[in-house]
Structures are given as C-alpha cells and as structure tokens.
Design a protein around this ligand. Structure first.
Ligand SMILES: [Zn+2]
Length: 252
C-alpha cells in the first residue's frame, strides 16, 4: 500500500505515504518522495507521480512549503504560485481552493491533516519544536480565519515516532512539562520520553477541535521499518513521506 488514510477524514481526499510501491533503492527504498537527501531526482519524480495517481491529486496543484520546525502558515489562494510557497518558510499549508492539495514531508515528525468537510484543509508538520511552538493550533486558527467552524474540524495525525521510541533530553522534556505535562513519560533511572501524539491531540483540543474528531493513533515510523522511513532509526540520507489533503469532496 502506497498510502494509509485515517477514518477521521472520511469523505476528504487525503493520505499519508508509506515507503512501499516506489522505484528508489537502498536507503531510499522504495517510495521516497522527498528531494532533500540526495536520492536520484528522476526516481523521486517517478515516485511522486505514482503517489499522486494513488492518492488522487494533481501534482501540478500540490503545495508544500520549506519546513523549518516553526508554526508559520502559508495560505494558498487562487493564483498562488506553487514555487513561491515552496520557497517560503512555513510548517502549515492551508487552502480552500477546490482541487488543490497541500502537503508536508516527514520521516518521524508528526504530519497533521485538518479538514472541515467543506473544502477547507490544512497540512501541518509537527516535530517536537513545532509542537512546542503551537503548529497544531496555528493550523486550526488559519482554517478558522478563512471561515471554518472550529467544532466541525476533524484532524488526523499521520505515521510518526511513538512515545516508546522518542527518548529525549531533559531540556526537551522540560519544554513539554510547561506546555502539556501529560505528554512526558518518565521512568526511574531512564531518560524521559515524549508522546508527540498526546501533545498534539491535547493542543488540537485546546484550540477547539472536538476530542472525538481527532485521530491521534497513527502507526509508528520507527517501530515499522518495512513500512516507514525513520530519521531516528536510520539517520539522515533516507527517504521521506508526503502527507497530503485535497480541497473539495472525495470523488468530486
Ligand atoms: Zn515506535
């Protein structure tokens, strides 16, 4: 399977790519859709076309930004140039233009897709830094600012590192203690762990998304080497996943 989806976003065209079904080899095997880590460009281009075909979106209308572990938003309106968004530093991409897809690249960080079911969609990239900076809430606020109703928003967290795998230093744990203490897992004599799923779930709910409309139980990228790339497990120079969501109803 090239993509996994979430029931939370039923009726909204979306997906989280896996590492399966592509043509890349070695550390990028096989469905690497990221361009930053040295894979053959023609293989990446081929993989992206396959993903777009499987996911039902138009590659020429896919908007992704330059992700910098922050909480800034890029809003795509009619006429926005994809190149311009690609060059702008943002970790949330939002649109309500029918047929337009927004996406984020990850390999352990948490991809968050949010939709209101009426065509307003957002894709957010939440590593620990972005999580602490409020990238989940930034996605919600951006959707509300273009007319979405908070109580109608649905959100899905995509494949990313689980709490068991995500050991952190004391200074990172301290950041989460301040913000979402329930996301910090401590055990006697061990380094702390952070639960990015719990943190982002809580932050989405705090921003007004109904708890029952958040899917915060994705697969773990690090636990499943057969299905997913993982930076923590394999280091740099690996493949990346793309998570995407398309404005407009599925099938429409
Ligand atoms: Zn794990």
């Amino acid at each position: 399977m090239l993509v996994v989806t979430s029931r939370a976003l039923d009726g909204v065209r979306h997906g989280f790519s896996t590492r399966r079904g592509g043509v890349s080899t070695g550390r990028y095997a096989t469905l690497n859709v990221g361009g930053k880590w040295g894979d053959a460009p023609e293989a990446v281009a081929h993989n992206r076309r396959r993903l777009a075909a499987a996911g039902g979106f138009d590659l020429g209308r896919l908007y992704t930004a330059r992700q910098v572990h922050g909480a800034r938003v890029a809003l795509v309106v009619d006429g926005t140039l994809a190149e311009r968004v690609a060059e702008s530093e943002a970790d949330v991409v939002v649109t309500a233009v029918p047929g337009t897809a927004v996406g984020v690249f990850t390999a352990d960080c948490v991809p968050i897709l949010v939709a209101d079911g009426e065509g307003r969609v957002a894709a957010a990239h939440a590593g620990w830094r972005g999580t602490v900076q409020g990238v989940a809430a930034a996605a919600v606020e951006a959707l509300v600012s273009i007319g979405a109703r908070r109580e109608r928003l649905r959100a899905a967290l995509g494949p990313s590192i689980c709490a068991h795998c995500f050991e952190v230093g004391d200074e990172v744990a301290a950041e989460f203690d301040k913000l979402v203490p329930s996301a910090v897992v401590r055990a006697e004599g061990k380094k702390p762990h952070v639960d990015l799923w719990e943190a982002n779930r809580r932050l989405l709910v705090a921003a007004g998304v109904q708890d029952s409309l958040v899917d915060a139980h994705p697969p773990c990228t690090m636990c499943e080497p057969e299905r997913f790339f993982s930076f923590r497990r394999d280091g740099a120079g690996i493949g990346q996943h793309l998570s995407f969501v398309v404005s407009g109803r599925a099938g429409g």
